[in-house]
Write a protein that binds this ligand. Structure first.
Ligand SMILES: *[C@@H]1O[C@H](CO)[C@@H](O)[C@H](O)[C@H]1NC(C)=O
Ligand SMILES: *[C@@H]1O[C@H](CO)[C@@H](O)[C@H](O)[C@H]1NC(C)=O
Ligand SMILES: *[C@@H]1O[C@H](CO)[C@@H](O)[C@H](O)[C@H]1NC(C)=O
Length: 568
């Protein structure tokens, strides 16, 4: 198992053994090109295998002069140079202290009879003595105008390359636009922005100078923060604000601009509210009144035209109120046919819904309250109701007072009264003012002239008068007791007041008592029944429906009837 592995290792080492066997030295470490900052120390590494005391030579600028042979350095000529490293291990490293620009060049580390390794170059970097400088206006810039900034760097080697950055984004400046005609040892790069916008305000523009060896000398940079002035813009926080009267209101505009704009408020119509506070961009009204409702303008100015303008509409809501546009009592003439209406006017925000209601009823009417024909029934209390959402209703009442001639209710009537019974004729009168009198008159069919019945008792005719419904109507009742045919005729009740009169007629007919009537009816019905039976029998006989027996039976029945009649 182990034997083949050992064999393989031996085979692999064989060429090395063979190289050791040859006696020529060979490079172990070849010097590498390097860059170093002026004044610092640099070491070029170089070591060999199998030197066997052969001298290592260091050659350097200018033109590969000998700097060191073995570990010997000409201290007069190369006071800052030395050979360091472990000689037994073949290390002959060249160390240069306090590097100077003159040390820059190609170096060679060689041993006689060994082909030299590639030359190593030392580049000496001298940073520019100062940061790049930016010239040009950066503070008094205006949106819409251009920007020209020049970045300049003096000194340093190699000369740095300049570039411009906006924040961390590099501006691409075409090579053709790079500055020319600089003094020796000076570079510059101009940044040109044709149009500045408000977005360029506070932009961080950086000029960076880079010598191309970031590990040796960090790129240097100078920044300028732009101050771009621009006209204000303003935006209302809310374009419409609604408050209830008496409550505070805040109208706010957000203004933006450079320099920082000043916001002023203006009411587009009428004077500004009295108890207001203007705090920066907020107009604060402590107690809004309905006349504060308006469009307000906020205007932002910062000295750069144009000014920024925005508006806020302030709505002030307030509860409905009813104007005293109608009297608490309205009198109208009874029977008036013209359109009569009561108009109710209400204020409020939101605009209230105005309706009428008869007091104490759930019946609503439109506004204006309109009567096409006025009767006493329309008299009463009416309420105008103004309602708007979020507020209690406003109510104003009026009393519609109907005045005029009496109105005797009901139509002319005919009635039949059984002789001996009593009858009451009711005459109901609505009237305002009350009727001076309600009189009853009788016009008999066989009596000449009218008879008048006074209130009170007159034999078997009585007149009684009563008022009810709080005196709005009057009732007069004429009662005839124990009627007889002599009382047939037309009874007229008549009411009179200062405006005129009205009347109603009752036609009364006295009829016979029901006992007599019943006898007549029974007799009439009996006759009809007998006649019908006789008729039916005659018909049946003629058609032959009844058999002989039946006929004889029928005869017996008829005989029976006859017998009955006879005995009767
Ligand atoms: C700089 O960058 C900002 C943000 O990306 C941009 O708004 C602005 O326009 C740039 N300014 C210039 C001058 O390029
Ligand atoms: C400007 O940008 C540079 C590069 O990004 C940064 O180093 C510097 O701190 C910035 N300056 C300011 C004031 O932000
Ligand atoms: C109005 O704004 C002021 C501050 O500006 C604040 O104290 C107050 O609470 C605001 N009032 C209302 C009703 O928003």
């Amino acid at each position: 198992m182990w034997a083949p592995l050992v064999f393989v290792v031996v085979l692999a080492l064989f060429p090395v053994q063979k190289a050791f066997a040859s006696q020529t030295p060979s490079y172990q470490t070849r010097p590498k090109s390097t860059a170093v900052r002026k004044g610092e120390t640099v070491t070029l590494y170089c070591s060999f295998h199998r030197l066997r005391n052969k001298p290592v030579m260091w050659l350097g600028p200018p033109n590969f002069q000998v700097i060191a042979s073995g570990r010997d350095v000409d201290v007069n000529k190369y006071g800052r140079h030395s050979i360091v490293g472990d000689a037994r291990r073949g290390e002959f490293n060249l160390k240069i202290r306090d590097v100077r620009p003159g040390d820059e060049g190609d170096y060679r580390c060689t041993v006689f009879s060994v082909p030299p390794a590639k030359d190593a170059r030392i580049t000496v970097i001298v940073p520019p003595p100062s940061l790049p400088a930016i010239t040009g206006e950066t503070m008094e810039l205006r949106a819409g105008k251009g920007l020209v900034l020049t970045c300049r760097s003096v000194g340093g080697r190699p000369l740095p390359r300049l570039s411009w950055y906006n924040g961390t984004r590099k501006f691409v400046i075409p090579a053709a636009d790079e500055d020319e005609g600089n003094a020796p040892g000076e570079v510059s790069l101009t940044l040109l922005v044709r149009f500045l916008s408000k977005w360029d305000n506070k932009a961080n523009l950086t000029c960076r100078s880079d010598q191309g060896y970031p590990d040796v000398v960090r790129p240097q940079q100078t920044s300028a923060i732009l101050n771009v002035q621009y006209s204000p813009t303003v935006k209302a926080e809310l374009s419409s604000v609604t408050v209830t009267e008496g409550q505070p209101a805040n109208l706010t505009c957000h203004a933006e601009g450079n320099p920082r704009p000043v916001v002023r408020w203006k009411k587009l119509a009428g004077g500004m509210p009295q108890n207001r506070l203007e705090r920066s961009s907020t107009l604060y009204i402590q107690h809004t009144r309905r006349r504060d409702a308006a469009i307000y303008q906020c205007r932002a100015e910062n000295g750069i035209h144009p000014a920024g303008v925005s508006t806020v509409s302030l709505q002030v809501t307030f509860p409905p109120t009813i104007r005293p546009s109608f009297e608490e009592k309205v009198s109208i003439l009874f029977g008036q046919k013209l359109d009569f209406s009561v108009q109710c006017e209400a204020d409020g925000n939101p605009s209230p819904k105005v309706r009428w209601r008869r007091k104490g009823t759930p019946l609503y009417f439109d506004n204006p309250l309109r009567f096409s024909r006025v009767g006493y029934g329309e008299e009463g209390h009416y309420q105008c109701i103004a309602s708007s959402k979020g507020f209690p209703d406003a109510i104003r009442e009026t009393y519609i007072n109907v005045i005029g001639k009496p109105d005797v209710l009901g139509e002319p009537t005919s009635l039949a009264v059984t002789r001996g019974d009593s009858v009451s004729l009711v005459c109901e009168v609505a009237s305002d003012p009350d009727p001076k009198e309600i009189t009853w008159m009788w016009r008999g069919s066989d009596v000449d002239g009218d008879q008048q019945f006074p209130v009170g008792s007159d034999g078997n005719v009585k007149v009684r008068q009563e008022s009810y419904e709080g005196g709005k109507s009057v009732k007069s009742v004429l009662t005839i007791q124990n009627t007889n045919s002599g009382r047939t005729g037309d009874y007229v009740c008549k009411a009179v007041n200062m405006f005129g009169s009205d009347q109603r007629q009752f036609s009364v007919e006295i009829i016979e008592p029901p006992t007599t009537m019943l006898a007549i009816v029974v007799a009439a019905v009996s006759v009809v029944v007998v006649l019908f039976v006789l008729f039916a029998i005659c018909v049946a006989r003629r058609k032959g429906w009844i058999c002989d027996e039946a006929i004889s039976g029928g005869r017996k029945i008829i005989d029976g009837i006859n017998n009955t009649k006879l005995t009767d």
